[in-house]
Write a protein of this length. Structure first.
Length: 112
């Protein structure tokens, strides 16, 4: 901030103008034994080609399973190593889309 001579709000406005808006969300799911492993397997499967009608264009598995959903954003599922907990993270350019993707992934996991 000192380098640019701008307030935090001004710097955020510049970043938003250059890169667009991003909306982040997270859901922690307390699951039954075996459910988080099934969820990780499900989202790791290359046969899964879309989530919430958005194409899966790339996957990363460094710290959970992160799916890039076209130009819209990404969703990640990450299992706890010590408890039956699965964290679902999502970031998109629209707050409603982020919420809907989190809800869709939560529903998928609950049905596994």
């Amino acid at each position: 901030m000192a380098w640019h001579g701008k307030s935090l709000g001004e710097m955020l406005a510049v970043l938003t103008e250059e890169f667009g808006e991003y909306h982040y969300g997270r859901v922690d799911l307390d699951l039954k034994p075996g459910q988080k492993e099934r969820a990780i397997a499900h989202f790791s499967d290359a046969k899964l080609t879309s989530v919430f009608n958005l194409p899966v264009v790339r996957r990363e598995d460094m710290d959970g399973i992160k799916l890039y959903l076209g130009e819209v954003g990404w969703v990640m599922v990450r299992a706890s190593g010590t408890e039956n907990l699965l964290r679902v993270y999502c970031e998109t350019s629209n707050s409603e889309t982020t919420r809907r993707i989190l809800n869709a992934v939560t529903q998928i996991v609950r049905e596994l």
